[in-house]
Design a protein around this ligand. Sequence first.
Ligand SMILES: Oc1cc(-c2ccc(F)cc2)cc2nccnc12
Ligand SMILES: [Mg+2]
Length: 214
Amino acid sequence: TRSTRPQRLLGAVQKNATRGDPGSVIQAIDHYCRNKEWAMNVGDEKGCILDSVVSEVNPATVLELGTYCGYSTVRIARLLPPHAKLITLEFNPAVAAIARQVIAWAGLEDKVQLVEGASGDFIPRIKEQFGVKTFDLVFLDHWKEYYLPDTKLMEECGLLRKGSVLLADNVVCPGAPDYLEYVRSSPRYESRYFKSHLEYTKVEDGLEKSVFLG
Ligand SMILES: Oc1cc(-c2ccc(F)cc2)cc2nccnc12
Ligand SMILES: [Mg+2]
């Protein structure tokens, strides 16, 4: 039976990237997705914006909603200080299995905890199950309809503190209009749009960075 797109993406990593070298894993995925087969990684252009926000926040605790094949997981984890922790959540078990191998190929498994499950079930359990008080950075990159409900859930569960940064992918394409309206109009957030392009294309997309004010 035909392989899946995530399986083919993993094959490109294993063929072209050096074990233990996160930069080569990132490069191998971007080259494959630009030249062979598009895939919904945050990509190199938006990835540089992601890098700059991660470096600025220098987070000790990161939550990623939507792992996919682990491309942004590797981008974030490679920039984390030694004892920082990244928890990444993936709904689809088959995709999560690929992401584990991509993260391992980059040599970053010690910084990353990949959890399989649905965000609505998972978010209320984070504090007691993972011993996390609050997140310094949250990267939202899962289904766009869940950006707003999951943000409200994180607020209600006390997972955000004054200064926590939310960074959301795809706020233009596919788009998350209700989420944008919320973070841009709420007095509890300071929000800013980073204009860019949909990964590997000329289509407009961007990242929304929103600082929780407490
Ligand atoms: O970065 C992304 C892009 C797209 C996407 C798919 C098809 C298109 F035509 C355009 C954009 C979907 C995504 N779903 C979840 C997380 N990230 C996504
Ligand atoms: Mg995305």
